[in-house]
Design a protein around this ligand. Structure first.
Ligand code: 13P
Ligand code: SF4
Length: 338
């Protein structure tokens, strides 16, 4: 490992979330990252909401299910997770012996934050006859209290795998939960959480945009509110949205999810037009401030110094592994994922 004072570095990481080491502007980060991958047998897993440069250096780009599946099967010694904390934590839960690093430890998630462990425990205790299906966008503490984990690409199949007479708590995303109640006809008890990025899309502005682009198809992530989803021609996880945009006959799409996905859409379908759905604020597009804490420079530094590292309590890790494994088994049997 490169020569820095590791104790000082750890103190700085716990304060700032990342290593603030200056990198000379002449360093070719793309080249150095490739060298570090080989030297350390490291794999870079990135979510579609990461900035384009990070997506371009990644060994795999995917949605939450694809990323968990890649983390489960990798032979790399170091997993460099370009995403948010709950995603890197999931990789660590699956790989206790591997080193998992995240470019910025403060890359959190408003949805995961909306389910604090104590409050969720009390809620669960009030409904002892219910099983808990949790969306992967939650902390390891919540996963440890869950029976099965799901993602936006397998949630319907996961719910349908549970006997019809079994009451279900669905947490933490109330918008995804409401969408799934409609899709499956299951009357689930919903935790009141939401994603700050998907909740903020403006139905009015989307309709105005659609009037200007009548041939455009509206595609949306199921974390959006019903007011937006009701106008969507297609609803799916980030990977499903990308696949749909590539194979569908339409040439124009209004995309109601975080703008990072537009990079791959444009790469995979260069002749098509992708318009970010506008949020209900002054911005024209919608970035996740947590995802965008990661930068190419931070990614390079975290590979070089192998910090910040995801560390976790072993009891919580073992308890949270079970519901993730159930999700992966059900997904495999259903042929889902990448
Ligand atoms: P997916 O990529 O699994 O659809 O998740 C979207 C998301 O909000 C991740 O934080
Ligand atoms: Fe969390 Fe929403 Fe950001 Fe995804 S887009 S990391 S759900 S805040």
């Amino acid at each position: 490992m490169a020569d820095i004072n590791i104790e000082k570095a750890k103190a700085e990481i716990s304060r700032r979330g990342f290593l603030d080491v200056s990198v000379d502007a002449s360093v070719d980060l793309f080249h150095e990252i490739e060298l570090l991958k080989k030297e350390k047998n490291a794999i870079v897993l990135a979510h579609y909401y990461q900035e384009p440069d990070i997506q371009d250096v990644a060994d795999y780009i995917g949605d939450s299910l694809g990323l968990a599946q890649q983390a489960e099967k990798t032979n790399a010694d170091i997993i460099v997770f370009a995403g948010v904390h709950f995603m890197a934590e999931t990789a660590k839960i699956l790989n206790p012996k591997k080193k998992v690093v995240l470019p910025d430890l403060k890359a959190g998630c408003s949805l995961a934050d909306s389910a604090p462990a104590d409050a969720f425990k009390a809620f669960k205790e009030k409904h002892p006859d219910h099983i808990v299906i949790s969306y992967i966008n939650c902390t390891a503490d919540i996963k440890a209290m869950s029976d099965i984990i799901c993602t936006s690409s397998n949630a319907q199949k996961i719910i349908e795998s549970v006997p019809k007479d079994q009451p279900i708590i669905f947490a933490p995303d109330k918008n995804l939960g409401a969408y799934l109640i409609k899709k499956t006809g299951r009357d689930m008890l919903l935790w009141n959480g939401a994603c700050m990025v998907h909740e903020i899309f403006s139905q009015q502005k989307i309709l105005k945009l659609k009037a200007q682009h009548p041939d455009a198809k509206i595609i949306a992530h199921p974390e959006c509110e019903e007011a937006v989803l009701q106008h969507a021609d297609y609803i799916g996880s980030t990977t499903q949205l990308l696949k749909f945009a590539v194979i569908d006959s339409a040439n124009e799409f209004i995309v109601a999810t975080e703008t990072g996905i537009l990079h791959q859409m444009q790469k995979d379908a260069p002749l098509k037009t992708f318009i970010p759905a506008p949020p209900d604020n002054m911005c024209a597009c919608n970035d996740c401030p947590h995802m965008k804490l990661n930068t190419l420079e931070k990614l390079y530094l975290c590979m070089k110094y192998e910090q910040p590292e995801i560390l976790m309590d072993e009891l919580i890790r073992v308890a949270s592994l079970k519901p993730i494994q159930r999700m992966l088994e059900i997904s495999k049997a259903a042929g889902l994922g990448g």
